[in-house]
Design a protein around this ligand. Structure first.
Ligand code: ADP
Ligand code: G6P
Length: 355
């Protein structure tokens, strides 16, 4: 019997600027799938590819067509499409999706050079993460689900300071300068991709503290596209309603400035979305079960799974606020999407004919 090739690999796109929480998100996602991501065994130690039992993560920096010197010479940044090989990205993601192994290049972040390629076998779930997973239309069409981490400038700055100043010894001036230098290309090539995302996690300064610019307390919005196959948005209390909820009181300990949730339908670019928002931070993570019990459509496998995941990774950045909560929830939704896609494949006529 000849039939159309069955899809082998589920492909997820994760877009964000660098230093905006992609690795943290990936660690939460692989944990939901029941395994910690690790570099491939015996593989190149410079490899950007993380592997767990089910998931391979390709860092799209590997498709830089210009190395660090090349970018300097041509005066283009890594965010510029001219520094990236979208033809190769498309061909390799397409091959992996249809079950064919590829020799993927490796961009070495230490040397700024392209290393010898490595063999990547088609995984069950392929995550392509980086600056441009939704930039090229051909690559975009291969994605079964896409996520954009939208970190506002104020918050990006606060995180960069924490990492580059506290951990890497850069100066405040140099951090400011590097963010400013990236901004035009970020606005032109990275930010517009969010219009294509099935889920956007938007991270903003809190509105609970007037004129806050510390970037410590965060207002986080989970924007979920309506009408996406195998993805049904999470909601608070009652689907489609508009709700503002302050859960602090007898069942949830909140110190200043408290916690506020919002849920409402909205539009984003030109499509319908549902938005769940959390402003503020948790004092006690075990009490999250109270919040979890009021959220519906979480795609958990048992009561309290969100809380369990959050407690398990309490040491990850953002575990006490909406970034960690919504990353965990999106992870569960992706597991659900994967399971539905696989179940659907199993009942497809081609499979039935084989059995
Ligand atoms: P990426 O993979 O996009 O470069 P990471 O997940 O490695 O980003 O995060 C980079 C840094 O940003 C972290 O070391 C941390 O300092 C900061 N960061 C990331 N996510 C959060 C968060 N949710 N809350 C606070 N800081 C965060
Ligand atoms: C990677 C990152 C970029 C970063 C670049 C450094 O490609 O994904 O976000 O800008 O490395 O580039 P540079 O030209 O400064 O070496």
């Amino acid at each position: 019997i000849t039939c159309a090739a069955q899809q082998q690999t589920v492909v997820i796109g994760l877009a964000a600027d660098s230093g905006c929480g992609k690795s943290t998100f990936m660690r939460r996602l692989t944990s939901v799938f029941g395994g910690a991501a690790e570099p491939p065994k015996g593989g190149n130690p410079d490899s950007n590819t993380l592997i767990s039992d089910m998931t391979s993560v390709i860092c799209l920096d590997d498709y830089h067509s210009l190395d660090r010197t090349g970018r300097k010479e041509k005066g283009v940044t890594a965010l510029d499409p001219r520094a990236n090989d979208f033809d190769l990205m498309y061909e390799q993601v397409k091959a992996l999706k249809s079950g064919i192994a590829v020799e993927k290049p490796i961009y070495n972040h230490v040397t700024g050079l392209l290393d010898a390629p490595e063999l990547i076998q088609p995984p069950k779930i392929l995550v392509i993460e980086g600056l441009h997973p939704m930039f090229d239309e051909r690559v975009r069409d291969l994605l079964d689900f896409s996520i954009y981490l939208d970190i506002s400038n104020e918050v990006k700055f606060a995180w960069k300071i924490q990492r580059d100043m506290a951990e890497r010894g850069h100066s405040l001036e140099s951090i400011k300068a590097s963010i400013e230098a990236r901004k035009p290309d970020f606005d032109a090539f990275i930010d517009p991709q969010k219009q294509y995302a099935d889920a956007v996690i938007e991270v903003l300064p809190t509105q609970l503290i007037p004129d806050d610019n510390e970037g410590k307390v965060l207002r986080v919005r989970l924007i979920m596209k309506e009408g996406v196959k195998y993805f049904s948005p999470v909601y608070l209390f009652d689907e489609g309603s508009t709700i503002s909820w302050i859960p602090c009181g007898r069942k949830l300990t909140c110190s200043y400035p408290g916690i506020k949730f919002d849920y409402a339908p909205d539009s984003y670019f030109d499509h319908e979305v549902s938005v769940v928002e959390m402003d503020g931070q948790f004092d006690r993570l075990d009490e999250l079960i109270y919040v979890e019990s009021h959220l519906s459509n979480l795609s958990t496998k048992f009561y309290g799974e969100v809380t369990q995941q959050m407690l398990k990774h309490a040491d990850f950045p953002g575990s006490n606020n909406g970034t960690g909560l919504f990353q965990t929830i999106v992870g569960l939704k992706i597991r659900d999407l994967y399971e539905q896609l696989i179940a659907n494949k199993a009942t497809a006529p081609a499979e039935a004919a084989k059995a």
